[in-house]
Design a protein around this ligand. Structure first.
Ligand code: CA
Length: 220
């Protein structure tokens, strides 16, 4: 899952960015509203964490601009306690939810999971495809009632597939979701990852569509 973090406060940004990476999110961090708009126009994200008080263009301006441009990425507003009016205006302008500073990280993560799964049309945090279960709350994967030990990247890849069973994902889409800025991507990194994931959850579970990409199959 790839996150755009929009936060001008260095300390909050730094700690959020670190914590999100520990939760196996790919994080791109921008520090003003103009940069946020430019980035969202060219790069798809699973969710945006948006501070309201920002240089250049404030959070409300970012929200209005991207919604006007039909960018439907879920937006979680991060707001200071004295910005109640802005918060309501934010929800009216197309934000999906908000958290108030100072926040508990656990609450931020929980709200993010809700927004991401709502955007994907999922009702809860347990994804099931065939004999594979993925619990996004506890980051656990179970196959035939036994835990499967995955690396962080394998987990991310499986999560992406399981959010949209039977949907073919191109190599570029997968690279975008799995690797952030500045991370060097080897040309066959995705193929390697799929190879190692297949070894753990079964060769037949992840199907290849020649020239188009891969999908996770419901049938055993
Ligand atoms: Ca701020």
């Amino acid at each position: 899952m790839r996150v755009l973090l929009v936060e001008d406060d260095e300390m909050i940004g730094e700690s959020l960015s670190d914590a999100l990476q520990d939760e196996a999110y790919i994080v791109d961090w921008v520090k003003d509203g103009r940069q946020a708009i430019l980035t969202l126009k060219v790069q798809p994200y699973d969710i945006v964490l948006l501070d309201l008080g920002l240089p250049e263009v404030d959070g409300m301006g970012v929200l209005n601009t991207i919604r006007h441009a039909q960018i439907k990425t879920p937006v979680l507003i991060i707001t200071a306690r004295d910005e109640v009016k802005d918060r309501i205006a934010g929800l009216d302008s197309g934000a999906d939810d908000y958290v108030v500073k100072p926040f508990e990280l656990g609450e931020v993560f929980a709200r993010m999971r809700v927004l991401i799964r709502r955007a994907q049309g999922q009702a809860d945090n347990l994804l099931i495809v065939g004999n594979v279960q993925l619990d996004t709350t506890h980051k656990r994967v179970i196959m035939d009632d036994s835990p499967v030990d995955l690396t962080a990247k394998e987990y991310m890849l499986l999560n992406i597939f399981m959010l949209s069973p039977e949907k073919v994902m191109s190599k570029t889409e997968l690279e975008d979701s799995l690797y952030g800025w500045g991370g060097e991507v080897e040309s066959n990194a995705v193929e390697f990852l799929i190879h190692s994931l297949r070894k753990k959850i079964g060769q037949q579970r992840i199907k290849n569509v020649r020239g188009l990409g891969w999908y996770i199959s419901n049938s055993n």
